[in-house]
Design a protein around this ligand. Structure first.
Ligand SMILES: [Zn+2]
Length: 194
């Protein structure tokens, strides 16, 4: 744990709070759930009671799944990544939670980014899609996006995932670029598709 100083987004009160520096999901399902729900990153202001979302450098890893996700604003070198691990660098708590959900569903986040890209093109919308879940016997995926101040949900058939997985399979250079501690998002994908 480390102590950080934070300022309430509503009343401006300053307070200090203890935050974890890392969580091994394989060692504690309880802590994993706290990351997944975002609870680990929220603190209630002692003055006005507003729930604030905190952001601090954080390492999420899973020794069973051989997964490491680093939440940080600064670019990091991949040297700390153990052999055989999938490494991801994310810039927000929302991105971290999205990655956890994708990997939890046994899906490939490279393919998911491509699904977002083709879905936006089909809809002729430029919205930041976020993966929410995948379920049903056909593996239908649900994405969310903000529109007019609300969170909209969007269902995408699993055939889109299969098509995108096929495209990535035929372009091995794209997968090679995801080695090490990679940032896999729409900006990354735009290096290959414009
Ligand atoms: Zn406050």
């Amino acid at each position: 744990m480390s102590e950080i100083k934070t300022t309430c987004s509503r009343c401006g009160a300053q307070f200090t709070t203890e935050v974890p520096q890392s969580v091994n999901a394989a060692a504690s399902s309880d802590l994993k759930e706290q990351v997944r729900s975002g609870e680990l990153f929220t603190r209630t202001c002692p003055v006005c009671g507003t729930v604030n979302l905190l952001k601090f450098p954080f390492l999420y890893y899973d020794t069973d799944e051989r997964l490491m996700i680093v939440l940080s604003d600064a670019p990091l070198a991949a040297e700390g990544l153990p052999e055989g691990y999938t490494g991801r660098l994310v810039a927000s708590v929302g991105d971290l939670i999205e990655k956890i959900k994708i990997f939890e569903c046994g899906l490939d986040d490279l393919v998911i980014e491509m699904c977002k890209f083709v879905t936006c093109q089909e809809l002729k919308k430029d919205v930041p899609l976020k993966f929410l879940k995948s379920d049903g016997s056909d593996g239908e995926m649900t994405f969310t996006y903000p529109e007019n101040g609300q969170m909209e949900m969007l269902a995408v058939g699993f055939n889109v995932y299969e098509d995108c997985a096929g495209i990535l399979g035929r372009n091995p250079l794209i997968r090679e670029s995801a080695a090490g501690l990679a940032t896999i998002d729409q900006a990354w994908l735009s290096r290959f598709f414009r």
